[in-house]
Design a protein. Structure first.
Length: 92
């Protein structure tokens, strides 16, 4: 059996959710109009799930922490990194 690539749903800059086999439901307001059990990759993509692509993690830099964040691109979700200055008082 071929292993399926994990797809993720972009929630916000700091949170993504992997598809974990749950039943998908399409709603119009409060009314469920379609229920999908064992969705195909195409159905998951229709719901907004995308593959995760990692970018290169930068090297450590004195005085900075490396923060992970996500960017929602049209075809993929990018896992990105940025430097965040560490306050001197936080480092102690």
């Amino acid at each position: 059996m071929e292993e399926q690539e994990t797809l993720y749903l972009f929630k916000n800059e700091y949170e993504i959710q992997a598809y974990a086999g749950e039943v998908l439901t399409k709603r119009v307001g409060d009314i469920i109009v379609e229920t999908i059990v064992s969705p195909t990759v195409e159905q998951l993509k229709d719901f907004g799930y995308k593959p995760l692509k990692n970018t290169e993690r930068p090297v450590e830099k004195p005085g900075y922490a490396i923060e992970t964040y996500y960017e929602n691109q049209p075809e993929v979700i990018l896992q990105c990194y940025r430097y965040v200055k560490i306050d001197e008082e936080d480092a102690e």
